[in-house]
Design a protein around this ligand. Structure first.
Ligand SMILES: *Cc1c(COP(=O)(O)O)cnc(C)c1O
Length: 390
């Protein structure tokens, strides 16, 4: 980027150059498994790692390389690798950096499939996976062992919403030569400059805000450090990760509106959360912009915004049966996983079973605020809450 532009302008004016003689804003969609070489010498000298050339569809096309470059630019990184899902992006990191005998640290509030993967590495691969209090901050130094190779972080944890002190965790990790990988999906790369805080690897579930349509599954792994990128690229190649050209285009199509949508999710979520905060049925609003949320001060220091995702705790006098009835009664909020699309969603979690030493009583319910009018969402919640009294 030659001149500095605001994030919103950069999302629209990217470095993409259309093919000669065909001026148009959208990048082309290139489908290919076979990529043709002009002669045998070119075939023999072809290097799959070289992104200025093409060797095979699985290793990248102009479409996927364009999306990778755009995502790296948004996140403030230099390189990006695409994966067929957010979870596949997480696995790419584990398989790139870990071998038998190694140790990893994961926050106790990590995205649950990442925990399932960590436990599987422990049970079958001779790797130890240990869990830390997401609010541990600099205290993580005491947990790092000589064989610790990777520390996962998530900011905030996408169910219980604690915001970790990333600069403190990263400084302790750097001190001992341990890589920090951050699942930065909640902020979409828009509201947190992860590399500036010392993070080494950023994972994004593009399935969420980047695609924005609840119609694509994709993930990305973004780095600033070339040698880390090279290790990840080997993992990407060995695992045979590819993404479809049409899916890559769908994600690209979402990027110019990424910040506008993110800001609209943010505004809607804060309005709904503030309304819930005043309700007697709710004891805590676990939204990083609210004081109830553990790590709220860290969020204020490190983030420039919030997404559409937050949780609330219902008063302990309500049974699970009652809060299930509340969720079932919602009409605009649909019941289902994921987030970042136009539709609002609601999921109750059995958080006490998911987390060791969870301090609070009461049922945790997670809301994903979509792009509907927040006043309509509030009316929907108000009508469903009325059922709790009956
Ligand atoms: C959704 C999600 C993922 C995984 O993305 P998929 O594309 O669904 O595999 C990873 N991390 C977080 C925080 C997520 O919300």
């Amino acid at each position: 980027m030659t001149t500095k532009k605001s994030p919103q302008t950069s999302l629209i004016h990217s470095d993409y150059t259309p093919p000669a003689g065909f001026g148009a804003f959208p990048p082309a969609i290139h489908h290919a498994s076979t990529v043709l070489f002009p002669n045998v010498a070119a075939l023999r000298s072809g290097d799959w790692k070289d992104k200025s050339a093409y060797t095979y569809g699985l290793h990248g096309t102009p479409t996927t390389f364009t999306l990778e470059a755009r995502l790296a630019e948004i996140e403030g990184g230099s390189d990006c690798l695409l994966a067929p899902s957010g979870l596949a992006a997480i696995a790419m990191v584990d398989f790139a950096l870990l071998k038998t005998g190694d140790d990893i640290l994961l926050p106790d509030n990590i995205y649950n499939p990442n925990r399932v993967l960590g436990n599987w590495l422990q049970d079958t691969m001779g790797i130890t996976a240990r869990y830390y209090d997401p609010l541990i901050g600099a205290g993580i130094a005491q947990l790092i062992r000589p064989n610790t190779r990777l520390i996962w972080a998530e900011a905030p944890g996408s169910v219980s919403m604690e915001v970790p002190d990333l600069p403190a965790i990263c400084a302790a990790a750097k001190d001992k030569g341990v890589v920090v990988a951050l699942d930065n999906t909640w902020s979409a790369g828009i509201a947190l400059r992860a590399f500036d805080l010392g993070v080494d690897i950023v994972v994004q579930a593009l399935t969420k805000y980047q695609s924005g349509g609840a119609d694509v599954l994709m993930g990305a792994v973004i780095t600033q450090d070339k040698s880390l990128h090279d290790r990840l690229a080997l993992s990407h190649m060995r695992l045979g990760y590819g993404v479809g050209a049409d899916d890559a285009y769908l994600v690209m199509r979402g990027l110019p509106t990424l910040k506008l949508r993110f800001d609209a999710h943010d505004a809607g979520a804060r309005k709904v959360a503030a309304w819930l905060k005043a309700r007697p049925e709710i004891t805590k609003v676990l939204h990083p912009a609210f004081e109830d949320c553990p790590g709220h001060d860290t969020w204020k220091r490190d983030f420039t915004g919030a997404g559409g995702l937050f949780s609330v705790l219902f008063d302990a006098r309500y049974s699970e049966e009652q809060t299930d009835r509340f969720v079932d009664a919602l009409k605009l909020f649909k019941i289902g996983f994921s987030w970042g699309g136009p539709n609002s969603l609601c999921v109750p979690y059995r958080i006490q079973a998911m987390r060791r030493g969870w301090p609070d009583a009461g049922i945790l319910v997670r809301f994903n605020i979509g792009l509907e009018d927040p006043d309509d969402l509030i009316a929907d919640i108000e009508a469903a809450l009325a059922l709790l009294q009956s």
